[in-house]
Design a protein. Sequence first.
Length: 231
Amino acid sequence: MKKQLLAYGSGKHTRPLLRYLAEMTGKEHPNICFVPTASGDDVGYIDRFYEVCKTLPVVPHVLNVWISSYSQQETYAEIIQKMDAIVVGGGNTLNMLAIWKAQGIDVLLKAAYDNGVVMGGGSAGSLCWFNGGTTDSRPKELSIVHGMGFIDKSHCPHYNSEASRRPLYHNNILNGHLSDGYACDDGAAIHFIDGAVHKALALDVSQRAYYVSATNNTITEELLPATVLPN
């Protein structure tokens, strides 16, 4: 069973990336579940997901965590087990991971991933799959957060859009606080199969993805040649 993951730089829902995620499943009308935990189950964010999905051959679902037993009769396991793909939204990575751990959702996602359910997302929704990266989840300044480690490398989203991201990522790799890893501009993505890069993708030619590492106390950015997705 292939383990597949699509990580992209921005948490914004786009038709090209959701379409590609759906195609990764190999199903004609896959069940795709949006997990908006990091945004506090933001209603506008959920509406945008459904809006984009209307233009695609998918069956959309949402896994909310701000629920009560009276109104939510399906368990998280029952929801996740029905899915062909999971897409995680942006927001507060640290809070999201803490809620998932408290609810056992992290364990359910790992089991689904191991069983061939496609995983994906951007911003917090990409950072969570890696062993670590920098986050704006704490007050005052960007800090390190440790992810679930589905991909045993570090990650940096928003590589081209937030001025402090790139230099801080480089410094954390140089000082050993983060491992080498993958960086994505907002409109770039990386498709992993069994933990290895299968393909880099982009919404346009200006968007890029990189493998970032340190040798002899010097940062190296290896550009990953990307396929530009059609609209």
